[in-house]
Every structure is written in C-alpha cells, then in structure tokens.
Design a binder for this molecule. Structure first.
Ligand code: LUZ
Ligand code: MOS
Length: 753
C-alpha cells in the first residue's frame, strides 16, 4: 500500500496550517524577541508600534491573564519575557495587525532597551559555574573502579557532537479562532495537541474543556514540534482572547531557525577498558549536555542518552553520568533519536580509539561485544532479542561475499587522488517513552450507516505515514477494504489526554487502541449477524473480505448491508478504546527497571570515497539490515529508514551550527549557510534489507517502531571518513568532533606532524 497522502502531496492539495481559508477579520501576529543572549529589559515602549497602520494591538507579559509559564517537565520557561532575557529569540512582545507584513513592520518600531550581561554558551563552562537544569544522574552496573585493574588496554578521551536544526519543511505555525462563550479553537502544527491545550488553558486561565486543539497534518517535525510548537499556538490563542478576533502566527524560515531550539550539542569524556582480544570490560562516560536557556525536554533527552550509553553492546562494568547544563542559547529540544545518537557517537569514538591502541579493526571489537539474548543493560533490563547479532551477521556476510575488503584495499593502493573508507554501525534503540505514564493512547472509531469508517486517535500525521498504518490496522481488524477508512484530524475533543506523537511509538500505541476499538464494534456486529442469519449458536461467525462467514463459509451478508441492518436493530456502531503499553516500570532512585517494551536493532555498512586533495567526500553506499518486525507497511518503513539515515549522515557531516563569537547570534541561519543532505549528496546506493522477525513484545500486529532507530545508522559515515583519512596517512590522529565537515577534513589532511 502506498502512503495515503502521496496523491494529495504531489498535487499540492494537502492542507498545512497556513493553507486554510480564514475569516476576513483575521489578525496576523509577529513577535518581538530578545536581541541579546543574556540581559535585562530596561525599557519596553510599544506606543509607536500601536499607532502603526493596520495594527490592532500589542501584548506583553503584563497582558497574560493566567500563568506566564510554558514549561512542561520543569516549570522554568516564560511565554513572554518579564525582566530577564536568557537567549536570542526569546519572545518579548506580540503585535497583531491585519497583514503579516504590517505586524513585522510594527515589531521593528517597538523600543526595547536592554542591559547586556555575560553569557555562557558552552556546557562545560556552565557546569563549572554550577548552571545546571537538574542534578546529574548516573546509571551504573558492576564496578568500574575494580574493573580497570583487569583491563589490558584503557583508552580515554573526549568526544563532541554538534546541534542540529530540524528544518521541517513547514515552519512553526498556528491559528486560533474564537468560539461561543469564551471558548477557543486552536489549529496548531504540533506533535502534542494535549500539551498545547494544557498550556493554553494555563496561560489563558481557562479550563481545558474551553480549549480545543486541532491538528490536520504537519509538514515535518522530527521532534522540533513536540514541545516547541506550543508557544506560537498559545500566543495565537491569547491574541484571540484579547481581541475577540481570529489570529494566525506563522514563523518565517529565518525566525524559525534563529529562535527555536535544536538537537542538543554534547561534550563528553570517556574511558573504555578492554582485554587484549577486544572484549570490552569497563565503560565510564560523562555527558555534558547543552540544554539551552530552559529545561524544555532536556532531562528526558539526557535520560535516553543514559539508556543508550552502551548502544548494541554488552559491557559488564558501566558508569554513565549525565549533566544537563543551562546555557544562553534557545532551549534545545527533542530531535529524532532523543539523546541516543549523542550516546552512540561517544561509544563508537571510544571503540575507534581502542582499535588504534590495540591494533585490531573496530569491526572486530564491535562484533565481539554485540549484545546476546539475556545480556543485561546497565539499567537492569535484559536484552530480549537476537536481532542485533542476526542483523550484524547478515550485513557482514553480504559485505564479505563481495570481497569488498580486497576491492577497497586495491583501490586505496592504486589510486592517487582518492581513498575509500568503510564502517559498520550496529544500532539498538529502546521503544517506549522513558516517562512511563506517557505510554498510553486512545482511539475513537465510528462506523457510519453507509459503511464508511471515521477514526480519531492521538497520533499526528507529520509525513511519516502514521495515518496510513492506522487505516490499515482498522481495515485488517474489521476485515474490510481500505477505501472505507478515513483517518480524521487529531483533535483534543475526540482524543483527550494524549501523549505527543513521539518516541517512534505513535503507530504502536494508537494502532493498538484502534485495533481494540474496531474489535469492540466487530464483536457486536458478529453477534448481530449470527442472530440475523439464524446461525447455530455454536458456529463460528467472522467477517472476511467484507463478507460475513459462518464456519468459514461465505454468506450473502456483506459489510454495507450488515451495517444498515445493525443500525436499524440499534447496535452501537461506535467505540472508544484506550491502550497502555504493558509491562513497563522504572525506579528512579535505583535507576533500574524495564523502561522499554522492546528494542529495535539493525546494522549499517557504509562506504565512502574521500578526495585527499580537496577534503570532500561522497557516500558511495549504505547497506542496512533492519528489523521492522512484521511490517504493516513496508513502503512507509523503507521511507523512514532512508530518511532517518540521511538525516543522521547530515548530522555527523554537513550540518554545522555557527554562532557569532561575541554576540552568540546564530550565523548559519539560512539555507545558504546551513547545509542539509540534498539529492546530490545522497549515497549512490541505499540498500535496505528487512530482517525476518517474529517478536512477542512488539507493537501492533507484531510490527515494530521505525521512526527514530535508522537515524543512528548515519553515525557510521563519520567513522568511514576517519578510516579513509587513515588510508591517506595513518599518522593523522583521529578527531572525535562531529560534524566532520569538508573544511575539517581538509585541515586534518593538511595537518603537519
Ligand atoms: N519524547 C519523550 C521522546 O517525551 N519521551 C521519550 O522517551 C522520547 N523518546 C524518543 C523521542 N521522543
Ligand atoms: Mo521525537 S524526538 O519528538 O520522537
């Protein structure tokens, strides 16, 4: 089955937030933000802006009727600044005017005078100054201090990884419309409609039932709209409350890139101890996370970093510490992988470093230490699958069967200008929100009298294809054709108290809720059909391919007819269902438990070619063996693997955030200066093989989550480049500082020893 929205997308007929036709009295919002990375408001004058043509009003923190607080896990973020300014892009005032241009023109004439204070933008500096978002946490297993004595080889070092701009095609956007009796309906480009509803209610001082949040679809999100779609939606709603008119707020690309948070940059210290044969014995790591100026989701992201500190490997003695550091950058936030890529990058750096020290290939160290069924993670959960080793074995067999080692060796010894490098990258990613209570979803299913079906869930369609999967689950559960199913918008009135569409788990959890709701209706229909057809009470009634069967034999009673008759007989044709992922628990004082319902694993083999004179490279091929469980939609899953891979390669190579050294203003604030992978950069070959797999604890209909895990295959490209550099000159010391840009490669190649 194709992605359900493909036709709409290619015709330009999909409706994104900015595409809706809105009433003529619509007001457009523009936001005045802090121009300094740290300071205080000395003077804020809005009189001139108010007198500009087309301006309806200007509002600031003083106009907020409820709480000026948008924080989720920790309540430490204001919607609009009061006195202190903590980052460039922090909202200060909102102008409402009859066009976006007039609103932005009025923003320019607001007088904002500030006192500039010293800023901190590096996490280690923040740590030394005691600027923390939360107390540090440590996950440990075994006894590292004792284990060092038994190691033949100990390597230590530092590994840094940079931030990443989400660059969703649709920028942050929302509009809000006044309804009867002080109620407000918000349309938001958010991954978390309930979160928008909750915060809007808090800021506007309304009960949640007076705020309805509707989400049609997002033009991409990647985590950037899990928390950070909220302020713009709440500002729109506040504008409605203050003016009684509809309000729309759409950030332009430059605003979005400069003002909103990104993937967390990390700076980490590692120490890895091994036996001479490459067996890893002890692992100590400290992650300094650059949290930005408010907590946002930083503590949850750091927690996932700790959960993935050993990636796909078993290490018996582990001590992993994470510190979330507060800096004067926009609050960093969720981004595909949610802290796990940062953890995996550090461990791969340590393995690479150890391989040089021991004189054995990284491949041999990796293979020797892959998790086996029953091996313990440092957080007290055993690894229950076998897909890590199976995917590795298959990837290695494919690689060896083509004599790639020989080919690359020949190439590197005969070619003057170019060197090839390869890498293997195993990935093991835990599925479930690490915050246990978030692992719930619900669905509301209506069967209409003409036999068509409408489905509402908490899942947000952001291009990833969750609606296609949900429609397939419904069609399969009922035993009817897919064309009958419509997946409705995500709406807090139809699906209440939902978790954000995140953690790769929306199809798993919402799909399961849909499965339960559909089977509730189906059970009633089958009882009715049995009576209607006067079937023997012991016979087995089913619905298959749109027809009722009795003991496997087709009858004349088909879906449309059945629904019409059931309605007349007053059978309930709707159901609401709830799903809570079973078996999850975690104790935050012992840092042990079972936080994940299962793991997704796979292995990527990356080959690159490096131009040793110019420092540029191309990714020739990436071959991936990936475990999707029993895929509901192989085409959609393949798209997720390809997209995740590319985004991961971009993170470790091209995508570099540059800030002004004095003002801390983002310099890479446009598509001219911030480069993400494009079609020319794409690997020559991307080969994806799905592992045959049957797992007990997997998602809906034994499928597996696919959104985030493939991102981390991209990390392999970094180490393939390091290998190609070594093939140019083995004396060049490796650096563990992502992204490995062309500029960095060139400087490394030119390094005088
Ligand atoms: N979001 C979240 C996530 O709130 N909790 C998580 O554990 C998570 N994991 C991955 C991506 N987003
Ligand atoms: Mo996410 S990083 O919003 O699953």
């Amino acid at each position: 089955m194709k992605h359900q929205d493909a036709l709409l997308h290619v015709r330009g007929a999909s409706l994104f937030v900015d595409d809706f036709k809105l009433p003529g009295d619509l007001l457009h919002a523009a936001v005045l933000v802090s121009p300094v990375s740290h300071g205080e408001i000395e003077k804020l004058e809005i009189a001139e802006a108010l007198s500009m043509p087309g301006v309806e009003t200007v509002f600031t923190a003083e106009d907020i009727p409820g709480k000026n607080q948008i924080g989720s896990i920790i309540k430490d973020e204001l919607l609009l600044a009061e006195k202190e300014l903590l980052f460039i892009g922090q909202p200060v005032a909102v102008v409402l005017a009859d066009t976006p241009e007039k609103a932005r023109a009025a923003v320019k004439v607001i007088k904002l005078e500030t006192i500039v204070l010293p800023s901190v933008v590096e996490p280690r500096e923040a740590f030394e100054k005691g600027m923390l978002i939360a107390p540090p946490r440590t996950f440990s297993m075994g006894d590292t201090s004792e284990a060092w004595n038994r190691c033949d080889c100990i390597v230590s070092g530092r590994a840094d990884s940079g931030g990443q701009e989400h660059l969703y095609l649709e920028t942050q956007a929302a509009f809000a419309v006044p309804m009867e009796n002080g109620c407000i309906r918000i349309t938001s480009g958010t991954q978390g409609p309930t979160f928008v509803q909750r915060v809007a209610a808090r800021v506007l001082k309304l009960p949640m039932n007076k705020i309805e949040v509707n989400v049609g679809r997002l033009g991409g999100a990647f985590g950037g709209k899990e928390d950070q779609a909220t302020p713009w939606a709440v500002m729109s709603a506040l504008g409605v409350q203050l003016t009684g008119k509809p309000v729309k707020l759409v950030l332009n690309r430059n605003e979005d890139m400069t003002w909103t948070g990104k993937r967390h940059p990390y700076s980490s210290d590692f120490k890895l101890g091994l036996a001479n044969d490459g067996t890893m014995l002890a692992w100590e790591v400290t992650y300094y996370q650059n949290g930005g100026a408010a907590s946002d989701l930083s503590t949850a992201i750091l927690e996932r970093t700790l959960f993935h500190s050993t990636n796909a490997y078993f290490i018996p003695n582990v001590k992993a510490t994470g510190v979330s550091c507060k800096t004067n950058l926009p609050p960093n936030t969720a981004f595909r992988g949610f802290g796990a890529p940062q953890a995996m990058y550090v461990l791969e750096s340590a393995i690479y470093s150890a391989s040089l020290e021991l004189g054995i290939s990284p491949l041999d160290i990796q293979e020797k230490n892959l998790l086996k069924k029953g091996d313990m993670f440092p957080f007290g959960m055993p690894y229950e699958g076998n897909e890590i080793r199976r995917s590795w074995k298959k990837a290695l067999e494919m690689y060896r069967s083509e004599n790639n080692d020989g080919r690359i060796k020949d190439f590197n010894s005969s070619n003057v200008m170019f060197r090839k490098g390869i890498s293997f990258m195993p990935v093991c990613f835990g599925i479930s929100f690490t915050h246990i209570s978030m692992n719930q979803a619900n669905a509301l299913v209506h069967v209409y009298t003409d036999g068509s079906v409408g489905i509402s869930t908490g899942a947000v369609e952001m291009g990833q294809g969750v609606n296609s999967k949900i429609a397939q689950v419904a069609a399969r559960t009922f035993g009817i054709d897919l064309f009958r199913i419509k997946v409705e918008s995500t709406n807090t009135t139809r699906s209440a108290n939902t978790s954000p569409t995140a953690a790769s788990s929306a199809a798993d959890m919402n799909g399961n809720a849909v499965r339960i709701a559909c089977s509730n209706i189906l059970k009633r229909l089958l009882i009715f059909a049995g009576k209607h057809l006067r079937a023997h009470p012991d016979s087995r009634i089913d619905l298959m391919h749109e027809k009722i069967t009795i003991d496997g034999k087709k009858t004349h009673l088909e879906w449309n007819k059945l629904i019409g008759l059931a309605y007349l007989a007053r059978v309930n044709l709707s159901s609401q269902a709830h799903y809570a992922t079973p078996g999850l628990h975690f104790n935050k004082s012992s840092e042990k438990g079972r936080p994940f319902s299962y793991h997704v694993a796979g292995t990527a083999v990356t080959e690159i070619t490096l131009d040793r004179l110019r420092g540029v490279f191309s990714v020739d091929s990436v071959k991936i063996v990936h475990d999707c469980g029993e895929s509901i939609n192989p085409l959609v899953d393949r798209g997720q693997v390809e997209g995740g891979l590319l985004q991961g390669i971009g993170w470790v190579t091209l995508e570099e955030l540059k800030y002004h050294p004095e003002t801390n203003a983002l310099l890479s604030d446009s598509l001219a200066t911030y480069k993400i992978p494009d079609i020319h950069f794409t690997p020559g070959e991307v080969d994806i093989e799905f592992l045959e797999c049957h797992s007990e604890n997997a998602g809906v209909y034994n499928s597996k989550a696919v959104g985030e895990p493939p991102f981390m295959y991209g990390i392999g490209t970094y180490f393939a480049i390091l290998n190609a550099i070594r093939a140019c000159d083995p004396e060049i010391p490796p650096v563990y500082s992502a992204p490995m840009t062309n500029e960095k490669i060139l400087l490394l190649l030119q390094k005088k020893r």
